[in-house]
Design a binder for this molecule. Structure first.
Ligand code: SIN
Length: 480
């Protein structure tokens, strides 16, 4: 598939309304077969610095654009994404590997953040707070200023719009560094942003060295806020680097999601929920099930039912409509999954279905292992691949303790038909998000984010725009 023929294809950076090439470049390759797709600019430090200065100039205009006008432009952008949904999804599948049906879904998901924040743009209400008779307390909500975002390869579209749409709605300009593995979806989306009427300098996309750009973004005094989605290790580093300039941060970091399947669960619903949360994007999401805890009375039946579903998953080229699981992003990702499987089997877990032999390239066979215990690597680390480890538990207290025994706290899932249990367990889980009787929780209207080492801040929902706003307290005195 030659994606360079698609009208939305672009391999230059968008800086201050201009499409910019660079003397040095970075290769983008297809995870399916490592074939070369195209090259994107490896911008120099001076070019990145200049882009930030240009963004700051645009900021002075954009913050004063009326909210309903910002809303109208965002709505145009939403419409364009949906009009080009198939082409954007094709670019995503070619550079990222996910099945086309999932990529089409991700474009709709990405667009839904733009639609949501096009509406929220008109609703950044301030406050009037009761005070002494002679004064009034007013709270204004104001754009924080120039923002930067660093986004991951696993959701090349949605993680951009989830940050850019609320920033623009709030009156902030933003400069985005997409993952080096998947810059083409970002640049295609930026092309549509220009067509939608987003003014020059308001939304910029730069490509190049992740380390250098991270250092420049975090150290630059003109950047007032940084939003990052990625690993806890890099998030913590960016946080430390941002300290000297006291930047506001949103960090959506690693997860280690538990799924709790109780004896009272509807078994078919729980099996489907686990399939949805475990195998979406070949297991490469921060909210993917990492540990599946099943209560003893239904354990064997659950494993048998899940086995049938896992066996039926089709591995292949994401562009093939039959494909359920595409290649992983790179060989390193495959190695990590293999390490987790080998560790579990070495320590006494049993293989139910899946990985018997190594495959070449970036392929990873969906694998189910049972009798997994808390001392195994997969209980502690995020696997980020199509490996489903099943643990057995007896009591609610025991499974809550095991679920919370991690530094992470992003997503968690519970399957039960017992109302009291669902309330108790939802309260007991130390996670930012809890899915009850569902494996799919992502929604533009919901506050997405984690606790503990899984991050800071929330994206989406009525709270998402606050991340890009500052409160200004105005004291109106002597009014008598
Ligand atoms: C992520 O994996 O970081 C995001 C997943 C989602 O938005 O559903």
């Amino acid at each position: 598939m030659d994606i360079s023929q698609l009208s939305v294809f672009e391999n230059r950076c968008l800086i201050n309304g201009k499409w910019v090439s660079s003397a040095e470049t970075l290769a983008v390759s297809n995870p399916l077969d490592q074939s070369h797709i195209t090259d994107v600019p490896l911008l120099s430090e001076d070019e990145i610095e200049q882009a930030i200065v240009d963004t700051d100039i645009a900021q002075k205009q954009w913050k004063n654009v009326a909210p309903n006008e910002r809303s109208r432009i965002l709505r145009n952008w939403f419409d364009l994404l949906m009009q080009h949904q198939d082409d954007l999804a094709t670019i995503m599948t070619v550079e990222q590997g996910k099945p086309l049906k999932e990529a089409i879904g991700e474009i709709a998901y990405a667009a839904s953040y733009i639609e949501w924040f096009s509406e929220e743009a008109k609703r950044s209400y301030g406050d009037i707070i009761p005070s002494a008779a002679s004064s009034e307390i007013l709270v204004f909500k104001e754009a924080i200023g120039v923002c930067a975002a660093i986004t991951p390869w696993n959701f090349p579209a949605a993680m951009i719009t989830r940050k850019v749409a609320p920033a623009l709605a709030a009156g902030c300009c933003i400069i985005v560094k997409p993952a080096s593995e998947t810059p083409l979806t970002a640049l295609a989306i930026a092309k549509l942003a220009v067509q939608a009427g987003i003014p020059s300098g308001v939304f910029n996309v730069v490509t190049g060295s992740s380390t250098k750009i991270g250092q420049i973004f975090t150290a630059h005094p003109l950047i007032k806020k940084l939003s990052f989605t990625g690993s806890t290790e890099i998030g913590a580093k960016l946080m430390a680097q941002s300290a000297p300039t006291v930047k506001k941060l949103s960090l959506e970091l690693g997860g280690n999601a538990p799924v709790l399947v109780f004896n009272s669960a509807q078994l078919d619903q729980a099996v489907q929920g686990v399939m949805d949360t475990k195998f979406r994007n070949a297991g490469q999401t921060c909210v993917c099930a990492n540990r599946i805890y099943v209560q003893s009375a239904i354990y064997e039946e659950f494993v048998e039912k899940l086995k049938v579903k896992v066996e039926a998953l089709k591995l292949g080229n994401g562009l093939d409509v039959e494909t359920d699981i595409g290649p992983l992003i790179n060989r390193k990702a495959v190695k990590k999954v293999e390490e987790h499987i080998a560790d579990a089997l070495d320590k006494g877990a049993s293989l139910v279905v899946g990985k018997a032999e190594n495959l070449e390239g970036n392929w990873c066979v969906p694998t189910l292992v049972k009798d997994v215990t808390q001392d195994m690597l997969c209980a502690k680390e995020e696997t980020f691949g199509p490996f489903a480890p099943i643990f057995k538990f007896e009591t609610e207290a025991e499974v809550l303790a095991m679920s919370n025994d991690t530094e992470f706290g992003l997503a968690s899932y519970v399957f039960t038909q017992d109302l009291n249990q669902f309330i108790r367990v939802a309260r007991g889980l130390e996670y930012g998000m809890v899915g009850i009787n569902t494996g799919l929780i992502s929604n533009a209207a919901a506050p997405f984010g984690g606790v503990k080492s899984s991050g800071i801040g929330r994206e989406g929902s009525k709270y998402g725009m606050d991340e890009y706003l500052e409160m200004k307290y105005v004291c109106l005195g002597n009014i008598n």
